[in-house]
Design a protein around this ligand. Structure first.
Ligand SMILES: [Zn+2]
Length: 104
């Protein structure tokens, strides 16, 4: 059959799948490598640096974390949709204009 990957067994969980690459999914692929403390530190430093920047993707991540901590019970999917809406734009704008103001 064209455009279909051959049937193979995931080396982590043993499930049969036709996805791209050896693993059945991201979580199994992640389990296959063990990170050294040094590597973990490098990843954490990179993440910290990114989150301290004011790039749009960092703003989105901060928005998601803030909303999840607020416990509004929204799924990440809902939050993703809201980010594309006026709610997120207003939130970002307010944060820029009133960085020390009360939380929404
Ligand atoms: Zn698997």
């Amino acid at each position: 059959m064209p455009n279909v990957y051959r049937l193979k067994e995931c080396p982590t969980c043993g499930v049969e799948h036709r996805r791209r690459g050896p693993y059945c999914g991201r979580s199994c692929a992640n389990k296959s490598r063990t990170l050294t403390d040094d590597t973990k530190r490098k990843i954490a430093d990179g993440n910290r640096k990114h989150m301290a920047s004011d790039s749009p993707s960092a703003e989105k991540s901060k928005w998601i974390i803030t909303q999840q901590r607020a416990g509004h019970g929204k799924t990440e999917e809902t939050l993703e949709r809201e980010m594309e809406s006026a709610v997120f734009l207003l939130y970002s704008l307010r944060k820029k204009l009133l960085p020390k103001g009360p939380k929404l």
